[in-house]
Every structure is written in C-alpha cells, then in structure tokens.
Design a protein around this ligand. Sequence first.
Ligand code: PRX
Length: 652
Amino acid sequence: MSDTIESALHENRHFPPPADFVANARLKPEEAEALYRKAEEDHEGFWSDLAREKITWHKEFSVGLDDSRAPHYAWFTDGRMNVSYNCIDRHLDQRGDKPAIIFEGENGDTRTYTYRDLYNEVGKLANGLRASGVKKGDRVVIYMPMIAEAVIAMQACARIGAIHSVVFGGFSADALRDRIDNSGAEVVITADGGTRGGRVVSLKKTTDKALEISSGTVRNVIVCKRAGNEVNMTEGRDVWWQDLVADQPADSEPEWVESEHPLFLLYTSGSTGKPKGIQHASAGYLLNTIVTNEWVFDLHDDDVFWCTADVGWVTGHSYVAYGPLAIGATQVVYEGVPTVPDGGRWWKMCQAHGVTVFYTAPTAIRALMKLGDEFPGQYDLSKLRLLGTVGEPINPEAWMWYYRTIGGERCPIVDTWWQTETGAHMIAPLPAVTTLTPGSCTRPLPGIVADVVNEEGESLGPDQGGFLVIKKPWPSMLRTVWQDDNRYRSTYWPKFGGKYYLAGDSARRDPDGNFWIMGRIDDVLNVSGHRLGTMEIESALVAHEAVAEAAVVGRPHDVKGEAIVAFVILKDERPTGTAAEEMVKALRDWVSEHIGPIAKPDDIRFADGLPKTRSGKIMRRLLRSIAKGEEITSDTSTLENEAVVTQLQGKA
Ligand code: PRX
C-alpha cells in the first residue's frame, strides 16, 4: 500500500477555509452552491451560459453541446472566436499597461511584458509566421526554453489558427523527431539554447539532429536568440526569430476560427511504445482554463500568479500560456531550476515579485522540503495567500510542510487532479468552500461529473477502490488522438458501453465524499509528476544493440514519487562487476539520448531471463516486488525460470 493510501485511511486533519479568505473570494459558498445546482439541472445550459459570459465571441454560437458523434463531443460548434484575441486584445483598453508576464532568467535577467507588449510581440511573430507561409491548420512544433517567447510563440500560433505542438525542452532529438513526424509539422520554433541548472541546453543543435533523421516535412526553423551559444544556421531553412519579426507590424488580424478548430496537440505517454498526440479544441478548452483560474486559483486583478510548470507540459499550457492571460492576470515565468544558485531561489523570487498565488508539483515540494526550513526562512513569503499542487498525489508530510513553512498556516492548498486529456482542473478544492484534507484532491468542480465505479460501471460506496471516470462530456476534453482515432476510442472509452470517459487512474472516496487518487491502472509511471510509459522506455532499451529483452517497472521514491527500474537481458552473457557498471551507464545514457534525461532508469538489473509464467507472460507484479526490495513470499513455482528471481534480486 502506498503512503498516500495508507494515510488516507487514517488522515483526520481537516482545514476549513479561513474566514478572511472566504470574505474576499471570487466564488463564495452560496455562489458555488448555485453553480453546482445549475450544472446538475442543465449540464449543457450551464456550460453554454458560462461560454457566453467568459469568452469574447466573433460570432455567437447557438449549439451548446453536439453529442451526435459520441464519444466525439463538440461544444459551441457554430461559434467563431480566437483564443489569442481572448488572451490579449480584449484586455488592452482596461489593462494595456498591466504586467502580463514578469520573466526571470536563471542567470537573473528580468523583463516585464505588459499586455500591450504581448500584443506587439505576438502580432509581429504572427505576421512573421504568415509571411513564412504558415496557414490555419498547419502544425508548428515549439521546442523552447521556459522563456516568455515560448508563450509568445504559442499565442502567435493561436492567433493565426496554426496548431502548435510544444515539445518539452528536455526531450531528446529522437523524441522531438517522433513528434515532428507524427504531427507533420512544417515549422519548428526553437532557440539557440536555454539555461537550466547552470548550463546551456543547446536546443537548436538537438533540433538539427532531429531534422536530420526526420521524414522531412519541416520547411523552416525559427530560432530565438537567447543563450548566445554557437549554432549552425542552414541557409534557406533557418531564420532568426529576431530577424523574422524585425520589419513586421504589431497589428495582426486574428484568424476567426470555429470553436472546434484544434488549438494544439500535446504528446503524452500511454501504454504503448509511442506517445499519443492529444488534440484539444479552441473555445471549450479556453472556457475551462478561464473558469478554473477563477474558481480554483481565485485570481483577482491584483494577484501575482506563479505556476512553475514548463510550457512543455499541459500545466504550462492551461496555467501559464492561456488561462491566466485569458483573465488578464499578472504572472511570473522562470527559465531555470529551483536550486540555482541555491534552494532558496523560488522563495526569493516569490518575495521579489510579490507572488500571491503559487502552483507547483509535489515532487518539487518534497525536494525543497529536504533542503530544510532555512531557505524559505530567509525570505518574506507573507504575500502568499493561496498554494496549489498538481501532477501526483501529495503525501501528507509534504502537504503539512508546504502549508506551514511556505504558506505560514494561512494559505489554503488546492490539490488539483486533472490530465493532459482533460485540459483543465477536474477534481479540486474551491478554496473558499472546501474543507481540505491533506492528500485528497477533494471534490469535482461544478459541471464535472466524476465518479468511482466498478467493472460494470456501477458507482462505488465509500472506501471502495475503483475506476475513476467522468460521466458527462465537458468543454475542455480532448477531441481525439491525432491521426489515431482508434486509439482515442480504445484508450478512453473502452468500457461502460462507451458512455464514460476512463481516466486511467484508480481512486476511492472517503466517507466525506473526498476523492483519493490511488495510481494508474495502465503501464504508465509518474516520475516527478511526469507521465512516462513503461513500454516507451522498454522500446528504447531493446533498440540498444546489446539488449535482448527489457521490462520496466516503477518503485516508490521519496522525492520523485516513482523511480524507474529496468530489468535487462543482454544478448551476451550477464555482466558482473565493472562490466555491469559500464553497461548500466551505457544504457542510462542511451535512454537519455532516445527519450530524454527524465526517462533514465534509476536502477538497471541484469539476469539471464525475465520471470515469466509458463504461458510466456512477464510477471510484472513480481518485478514490482523485486524492485521494491520486498521479500518474495508468493509461490514462484509457476514460473518458467525460477532462478532468475534470485539474479534480479541481486542475490546471485
Ligand atoms: O495519475 C494522475 C496524475 O497525473 C496523471 C496525468 O498526468 P499528465 O497528463 O501528465 O498531467 C499532469 C498535470 C495535469 C493523472 O492521470 N495526477 C495529476 N494530478 C494529480 C494526479 N494524481 C493525484 N493527485 C493529483 N492532484
């Protein structure tokens, strides 16, 4: 049993909303109650009214929800709008001079972009993209450091109706190539490099490598000058961002797209060897990012919001690039890691920029907690009024540290459950309404019909673990898997007559109705809040010339949540001593090169074979026990090759 589940059964600390928080909240208890009631009475009307209120439409819609092609759901179908217009232009009259992005580089350089600045920068790049021949519906891959220009690039794509696919800057050339090829991108926007952990990450160099092996759809590479590292520019293909925009005007007419026009693809891991391109639509996606920034983050006009996620992940889409801008908020964007020059960097930045609402991942909280209270103790964190977490269950110990040491026992913590596929928060506290219990993401938001069900789709009672499902469509749901509609149907709608969205998580509810996420039901690991498919890592390993077979499992890790353990069978003899050490290093580097450093196995063990049943199935449960170092008490006599268990345990 994991720590979280164990504690869930015993957790009895409850934190009701502080009175002064309730007094100033955007969504007060009675308003929240009205929202829940309305959503229950008229699901489609609830979302349609919100869409009318929160989105500025170029052409109003008349159809709320079109479910005629279920499980493909479409929202606000006959409306037209533009996401970038909603994030920027509509604020210019009231908030033209308000800071939209306060950027800080790892080396300490800062730059503030007002909404007017953002309008100018996005407009120029949008015009530059159009001049390079990018049209509505074309795919643009964005492979950038975490700098303001990454957000500008996303917004510029949205402005002209191009579909962006952001690839996390930590991914390797192979991973980048896969995403370029699968999306059929014609343009890549990158940078010479970015600074992380005190060193320059040469993104352009990796882009060049990816393009050498790609199938060749890319026509142009736009390179933002950032780190100043040396790069090769290919004549006719590569252009500096700064040159491209130099003569472009700032005004750029937004492309008025249909509500369902794809806004972006974002690749995420699943249970096969290949990541899938999650496809999101425009209006519905924008709506949920808007309402969750209001309801869950309670963002007011004078707040300074900081979501530490990289734009390479969905959190950096919904809570950096789109949601906060769509409601005219001020936010911090930071290029680097939290430990440069020391573990106080984030807290120093909170003080310097007056951050009021802070959102990060449990893995980061645990890592910073380990460094002690001394770092946060050096800074004034009294402006903080709300904290958030995302990506994995938070263990109550880390929750309490975050609450006490960072939040000064004054800030509610919103533990937000959602996914790349859901586009925005689904189960999360309303900070002026919900009584918090450390470790639980609490209850579904208004208009989100989440449940825990058994194999038959029947709702389960308190303390019974089952499948987490969403029973009614919601506006920001994924629309399909890019170029693979079958995978969309078979992954998300395989059970319950195709009526419920299957999240892929198991969960339970406590007697108060709070949801507790228990883990994935598929072969997906959650390493430092990032999703990694075991098959993906296995495919990378077996692509190495020395490897015959590999199996990858997770093991609990006190900072990363899960660590990656690989069991490897080599084509040659099982190595020992220095030969084994060298092979471990070679394979770790290999995986890093093929996927990215985040996928590097923490532990690699060699054996003469993998534990299999007599019918040839790898016994993953047994491998997980071995990885955890548990005593193997179960009967292994059904194993085809019992001796390998001792080898994998490192005992032979
Ligand atoms: O297993 C759940 C876990 O992260 C998965 C989604 O991963 P991804 O699409 O990469 O998006 C991460 C950021 C939204 C979920 O299926 N997860 C996410 N948030 C939580 C969580 N598990 C527990 N509690 C959370 N708050």
